[in-house]
Design a protein around this ligand. Structure first.
Ligand code: C2E
Ligand code: MG
Ligand code: MG
Ligand code: MG
Length: 291
């Protein structure tokens, strides 16, 4: 493989060096094996009310722990998984693990909503809604305990099909979110017809917004746009208390970011919640170094 080590220990595939079909085929084989060998991990990142600090949900983010290469991040294999169709298998795995975690947390007194990322290929998968329904039933979960995140660009890849699938999922009771908002090319005329509940502002506008007046203006307008359309607005990429404060002042409803927590293994979430909820820790948490 054309892989190079990143300074955080993760391995980056170099697409330019790794374009032979033979190598692609073996990456696909590795991905398939990874399911059986239990190499994927479900990480979750808490989702927090920005006015109160209350935890209302979490986003499922998949990790691949490769036996030789260590942690491989989603940006390095999700695009490939989408090209090859493997994403359909992976999405089902993520859905199953998310349902297990959600059920376990509810049993232990933490009824949190879980957000799962879907890709373009998932929106074209005619069997997906039925598979989701079956998973929910088996775990005795209400559809409202799941939020499905679809990026703006995945929607615009095939807007007609996306609308159809989203209408089906919405009718089933799932909560729907538009992810990475502001980075794609969606038309507002189209967006207004989608049955979504949430708009997620891309982290590229959030990361440095306290120092960038342009970013602040974009975020402010997006929050107003979302609210005017009756949507909940969420910011991702909150890395400092200053950005949290600013977003709260602008009326942003919820947020996620390293300032509150990095994505952590699902089985560490309860310990994190207990620490977060301890008196005096809200808005002054230690940055978590797990990932
Ligand atoms: P996303 O859905 O937009 O997820 C947010 C990404 O921002 C995550 O990266 C998260 O770790 C990162 N992030 C959160 N807070 C901060 C912060 O304060 N600072 C910075 N710099 N980054 C932050 P991650 O986990 O590497 O995932 C990248 C993308 O891969 C996701 O973007 C999503 O599009 C995709 N992805 C991850 N898991 C899945 C999955 O299970 N299925 C699908 N289809 N896509 C997934
Ligand atoms: Mg997401
Ligand atoms: Mg996002
Ligand atoms: Mg993203």
């Amino acid at each position: 493989y054309a892989a190079k080590q990143r300074n955080d220990g993760a391995v980056v595939y170099d697409a330019a060096m790794d374009k032979s079909s033979e190598k692609s085929l073996s990456l696909l084989t590795e991905l398939r094996n990874a399911i059986e060998r239990n190499e994927f991990r479900l990480h979750v990142q808490p989702k927090i009310m920005l006015d109160t600090g209350k935890v209302v949900g979490m986003e499922a983010l998949v990790r691949w722990v490769h036996p030789e290469r260590g942690n491989v991040f989603p940006d390095e294999f999700i695009p490939f998984a989408e090209q090859t169709g493997f994403i359909r298998v992976l999405t089902r795995w993520v859905m199953e693990k998310s349902a297990e975690l959600c059920q376990e947390l509810a049993t232990k007194g933490y009824p949190l909503k879980i957000s799962v990322n879907l890709s373009t290929r998932d929106l074209m998968d005619q069997d997906l809604p039925a598979k989701f329904a079956e998973t929910l039933l088996r775990h005795k979960l209400a559809p409202g305990s799941f939020c499905l995140e679809i990026t703006e660009s995945a929607i615009m890849d095939d807007p007609v099909r996306a609308q159809h699938t989203l209408e089906r999922l919405s009718a089933m009771g799932f909560d729907l979110s538009i992810d990475d908002f502001g980075t794609g090319y969606s038309s507002l005329a189209y967006l207004k017809r989608l049955p979504v509940n949430e708009l997620k502002i891309d982290k590229s506008f959030v990361l440095n917004m306290e120092n960038d007046i342009g970013d602040t203006k974009i975020v402010r307008s997006t929050i107003d746009l979302g609210h005017n359309m009756g949507l909940r607005v969420v910011a991702e990429g909150i890395e400092s208390e200053a950005v949290w404060r600013l977003l709260a002042e602008l009326g942003c409803d919820q947020g996620q970011g390293y300032f509150m927590s990095r994505p952590i293994p699902g089985d560490q979430l309860i310990a994190w919640l207990e620490k977060w909820q301890a008196p005096g820790t809200i808005a002054a948490p230690a940055a978590h170094e797990i990932d």
